[in-house]
Design a protein around this ligand. Sequence first.
Ligand SMILES: [Fe+2]
Ligand SMILES: [Fe+2]
Length: 272
Amino acid sequence: MRIAFFGDILGKSGRKAAAAHLPGLRERLSLDFVAINAENAAGGFGITRGTAEALFDAGADVLTLGNHSWDQSEALTYIEREPRLLRPVNYPPNTAPGKGANLYHLPDGRSVLVMNVLGRLFMDPLDDPFAAVEKELSDAPLREVADAILIDFHGEATSEKNAMGVFCDGRASLVVGTHTHIPTADARILPGGTGYITDLGMSGDYNSIIGMDIEEPMRRFTTKMRSGRFQPAEGEGTLCGIYIETNDKTGLATTIRPIRIGGSLEQAIPDD
Ligand SMILES: [Fe+2]
Ligand SMILES: [Fe+2]
């Protein structure tokens, strides 16, 4: 199976990058399935129905969220009606609306389990992410129930994300980190066959401070005073993520390549 997963769509720049580059990439790489973290799609904070639909139209099959899931209050009701939108799976039981994991079926009958999980280090912590992932993996094991399993581990600490990759090795097709908005260079296939990267990076304007207009975050760093809201940077965005191929017999990754298209990051486009 040919799969791409893109990091946090940051406002208009991120949405434009997805609309500009994803349809062509989807066709060129014959992608079977595309997942995107979209927790910053709406003006940098959360997601709305309109921003979600723009990403589905660009070629996303599933959107994941994170600590910004509910920044736009309409997401609380929209997620109940949209099974292609996932929030972190490790909320306490019977609290958050929507789902944190779901099985999706391709037109050819193959299936993909996608999961969104929130880390606990340097975050407002939810329930144990490792226990939550363990439960989902035992409910829908790779090969027995799902032909591919994709896990978006949304967290701040590289150590916790690295640990989650190792925890899932051999049991998931791909574990990606999201949330820091800076891509890491450690994309690889772990010894047990799971594709892994500590952070996908954001899809947005990198001439910024993690996607935001420089002025206000710089003011806060240098003066410790705030004088406005964070505004998304609106220069040309980079569509930033990862491409994998999996073996349909094992569900494990056989190829992993970074994707960086457009904007100011060094370009990386997988060979087709
Ligand atoms: Fe984010
Ligand atoms: Fe986040």
